[in-house]
Every structure is written in structure tokens, then in C-alpha cells.
Design a protein around this ligand. Structure first.
Ligand code: UDP
Length: 262
């Protein structure tokens, strides 16, 4: 059991405390947390200003972490590691764990909705110039009261990076979405989370591109059949080299399972 939060509910004018645990499992030595309702867990962290780093893990990130000890360390330190990728879910199911995918983009979207409704202050970093502006325009149409603490594209030089850091420190946002790609966003969050220690920080990969409308998500059929990677390869064929990590992941977990059985 990795972490616990206490939920208070009021019954018959009395406070009732309920423990709400995250269960932790290991995939190739990295943690993956299982919870029946990640959104509730995260909303609670947001409301109670408990600093949190959310990592949305998939097979590709797992294989990167095997070669990059700094990334592995960040994943190990994250308060919440959700199973974003089908490879992770299929592996854990093969180990008898009851687990469903939690696509990071959907979880982030739902957290944004909660943040918008309760006027938690949101900061966005990442994507090409103008992408986050388009995202924020869309959100402002949906939720007129949404509180945006700041935003920046993700192609910053040292000077702009320093300005972003100063803004993060002075504005103390509640929710910080960082879309710089893996592993840069995870390392960036680890490096700078002390600037806004009570915030929920989420590495959102290419989600800004999808929310701004410049990229599509795979149709539901692909994700239901664990083939989101295939759609991505069709959309972005230049990713083929990165995707070689998928068969490598299958090979590593198979080896590990056989070894553990002996
Ligand atoms: N990106 C960025 N700065 C960079 C490199 C990339 O902001 O220096 C953004 C890029 O515009 C895209 C996202 O990071 O929006 C990476 O998306 P991708 O889908 O490749 O993420 P991953 O698969 O690595 O999670």
C-alpha cells in the first residue's frame, strides 16, 4: 500500500473518516497504482492542496525508464502512477490483477473540468506556439469562470523558462499541466515542482494538441481493442523507432514472468 488519504463525509451530523488506499503493483520494477476511482482520489488532492505528481505510464515509458535512471527515479517518486497504456494493463491482468486502463488524457480532462467548476487555478505549459492559447479559448467558452493562472508554449529558451518558473512561483496555481513529451515533462516537473509544492502536476504528453484540435485521438474501436498504438503509427509514421519499445516490453515482461515462476 503506497499512500492513503482520508475522506470525510458527514453522516447524522458526525464526521466519518474513511481510508481510501491506492494499491501499488510493480511492472518491471516501476510502480503502478490501482484505484477504483482515480478522479475522486485526485479531486481530493486538488481540494486539499496536497502536492501531487501524476505520471501516466505506458509500455514505451517503462522501456525508456529502464535506460534512463533519472526517469525511473521520478516515476518512483510520483504520488500517482496511472496505467495509461494497454501493454501495462494486459500485463497486470495476466498477473491476476483486476485493472482497467485509465487514459491520461481523459483523466486530465476530467480534472480540468473539476478545477474549472471550483475555480482552482490552472497553469498550462507545452505544445507549439499558440496551441495552449487555442485550448484556453475553448475552455473559456465552456466554463466562463475558469481561472487560468498562466500558460506558455513548450519551445522555450532559458530566458522564457526562467520567466515561466517565476510565474509558477508567484502565482501558486492549483493544477499544472505540462505537455513536453516523455521523458522531458516528467524530468521538468521533478526539477520545478518545489516552486509550487501544493499543486497537482500532471504530465499530459500531446494532450494540448488533441484539445486544440490539431490532432485526433484514435477512434474508440482502436482503444477498445488495445490498438491505439497502431492508429498513432498510421498518423505519425516517423514514430516507428520509438514504437519498437512495445515488442521489447512484451519480451521483458514475458521473461520476468517466466523467471518468477521458476
Ligand atoms: N513539445 C514541447 N516542447 C518540446 C518538445 C515537444 O512542447 O520541446 C510538445 C509537442 O508540441 C507535443 C508534446 O510535447 O505537444 C509531445 O507530444 P507526444 O504525443 O509526442 O507526447 P508523448 O508521446 O511523448 O507523451
Amino acid at each position: 500500500m503506497r499512500d492513503k488519504i482520508l475522506i470525510i463525509s458527514i453522516q447524522n451530523s458526525r464526521y466519518v473518516w474513511r481510508e481510501d488506499p491506492l494499491r501499488q503493483f510493480s511492472v518491471l520494477g516501476l510502480p503502478v497504482h490501482i484505484h477504483e476511482n482515480y478522479l475522486d482520489w485526485l479531486a481530493q488532492r486538488l481540494q486539499t492542496n496536497q502536492g501531487t505528481h501524476v505520471v501516466t505510464i505506458n509500455a514505451e515509458m517503462t522501456m525508456q525508464a529502464r535506460k534512463n535512471p533519472d526517469l525511473a527515479k521520478v516515476i518512483n517518486n510520483a504520488e500517482l502512477v496511472v496505467p495509461d497504456g494497454s501493454g501495462i494493463v494486459l500485463y497486470l491482468r495476466s498477473q491476476g490483477k483486476k485493472i482497467d486502463r485509465c487514459p491520461g488524457i481523459e483523466l486530465a480532462e476530467q480534472v480540468v473540468q473539476i478545477a474549472a467548476q471550483q475555480q482552482s487555478r490552472i497553469f498550462l505549459i507545452g505544445g507549439a506556439p499558440n496551441v495552449v492559447d487555442t485550448v484556453v479559448d475553448g475552455w473559456r467558452q465552456k466554463w466562463t469562470d475558469i481561472a487560468i493562472a498562466g500558460m506558455s508554449h513548450g519551445y522555450f529558451d532559458d530566458l522564457l523558462e526562467q520567466q515561466i518558473c517565476e510565474q509558477l512561483q508567484s502565482s501558486q496555481p492549483d493544477l499544472i499541466l505540462v505537455g513536453l513529451g516523455v521523458p522531458r515533462q516528467e524530468l521538468w516537473i521533478q526539477k520545478y515542482r518545489h516552486l509550487s509544492p501544493d499543486a497537482v502536476w500532471i504530465g499530459v504528453g500531446g494532450s494540448f494538441d488533441v484539445w486544440s484540435g490539431i490532432k485526433d485521438r484514435a477512434p474508440e474501436w482502436f482503444s477498445k481493442n488495445h490498438l491505439e498504438w497502431l492508429y498513432r503509427l498510421y498518423q505519425e509514421p516517423w514514430r516507428w523507432r520509438r514504437m519498437l519499445s512495445l515488442p521489447q516490453f512484451v519480451w521483458c515482461v514475458t521473461k520476468e514472468s517466466l523467471f518468477n515462476r521458476q
